[in-house]
Write a protein that binds this ligand. Structure first.
Ligand code: NAD
Ligand code: UDP
Ligand code: UDP
Length: 321
């Protein structure tokens, strides 16, 4: 029988990835298979696509399952990565009640599964738990500034409640939890019409259309390339059991949306003009992760610069023009 020394398993560890056909989930499934896991990719295909994992179908270590995490799911696994949830504002605002259900009922079901199987479980939480932050850069000990009744609340409060459930299952049921707060991440396999800023700007620049700046473009975000984020997921999942997080994962390089637009125009060689549109409600003014905790506990820091990451992403989007 094969013995996996790294994980001390008699067989390959069995990993469940919810939201596995999405942008981040598809990269994670690929990485887990490379690292000799047996992977179940579970998705209801709301924002994810079969195309993202088509290259894995047929691999004996990969199974694709259509399922909605708001309903119970029974399977035997060792590791659960809970990523199911639409991530772009237009998508999570399309059916806000379902967004909250996905985060909250989805967390309960996956935590129930982790409790029964004694699997270790990682939650894809978000920098949105900090809301429109008054502490900058954001540290994990900051409790956040979230509007509970706004149009972003279904996502923000759903993710905050999921974190609460994770820590209550940890305290009450000794479930081994890992909570990762992800800051804006981009890369190949983002949906071209997903509505997030990187995909919007690249598609607009490649098509020679106007670039849509919401507000005055002075708001900031910090962008992490997907490969760096997946490295952090893997390190976090296999970190010491007493390290639960929450831990910030992101690239501290902070840019205004105007700077991002200029970089993308330069890298695509396009001639797009900037147009200014109304700023959506509750749009956070600034966001930058403090990653000291990830550095000290996981030995992780991002490696890919914004320019390199954008160039790779632009190559991917050229197929959609
Ligand atoms: P995505 O929209 O590409 O992926 C989400 C996946 O979840 C999709 O495949 C979707 O079909 C699936 N899904 C949605 N509802 C579901 C349900 N009820 N049951 C089963 N599957 C469902 O987004 P992404 O960027 O890959 O995000 C993945 C996770 O990471 C999300 O939980 C998101 O909140 C979190 N996150 C992402 C970012 C980022 O910048 N990409 C930042 C912070 C947090
Ligand atoms: N659950 C699941 N898969 C499992 C075990 C549990 O989907 O393998 C669901 C179950 O339907 C339940 C939820 O997880 O609603 C929470 O489980 P828990 O054991 O914490 O609570 P209870 O079963 O008492 O409601
Ligand atoms: N944004 C923009 N133009 C777009 C899409 C987004 O100026 O076409 C802005 C948006 O208002 C926000 C930032 O870019 O200030 C990041 O938006 P995104 O939806 O990517 O992520 P989030 O707001 O969730 O961080």
């Amino acid at each position: 029988m094969e013995h996996n020394k790294k994980y001390n398993y008699a067989l390959n560890p069995r990993a469940l990835v919810t939201g596995g056909a999405g942008f981040l989930g598809s990269h994670l499934c690929e990485r887990l298979i490379k690292e000799k896991h047996d992977v179940i990719c579970l998705d209801n295909f709301f924002t994810g696509q079969k195309r993202n994992v088509a290259h894995l179908v047929g691999n004996p270590y990969f199974e694709l399952v259509r399922h909605d995490v708001t309903f119970p799911y029974y399977v035997e696994v060792d590791r659960i990565f809970n990523l199911a949830c639409p991530a772009s504002p237009p998508h999570y605002q399309y059916d806000p009640v379902q967004t909250t259900k996905t985060s909250v009922h989805g967390a309960i079901n996956m935590l129930g599964l982790a409790k029964r199987t004694k699997a270790r479980i990682l939650q894809a939480s978000t920098s949105e738990v900090y809301g429109d932050p008054s502490v900058h850069p954001q540290v994990e000990s900051y409790w956040g500034n979230v509007n509970p009744i706004g149009i972003r609340s279904c996502y923000d409060e759903g993710k905050r409640c999921a974190e609460t459930l994770f820590f209550d299952y940890y305290r009450q049921n000794s479930v081994e939890i890992k909570v990762v707060r992800i800051f804006n991440t981009y890369g190949p396999r983002m949906h071209p019409n997903d509505g997030r800023v990187v995909s919007n700007f690249i598609m607009q620049a490649l098509r020679g259309e106007n670039i849509t700046i919401y507000g005055d473009g002075q708001q900031t975000r910090s962008f992490c390339y997907v490969d760096d984020l997946i490295d952090a997921f893997m390190l976090m999942m296999e970190s010491s059991p007493d390290f639960t997080g929450p831990v910030n994962i992101g690239n501290p390089g902070e840019f205004t949306m105007l700077e991002l637009a200029e970089k993308i125009i330069m890298l695509t060689g396009g001639k797009s003009k900037l147009v200014f549109m109304p700023l959506p409600a509750d749009d956070p003014k600034q966001r930058q992760p403090d990653i000291s905790l990830a550095k000290s506990k996981l030995g992780w820091s991002p490696k890919v610069s914004l320019e390199d990451g954008l160039s790779r992403t632009i190559e991917y989007f050229k197929d959609f023009i």
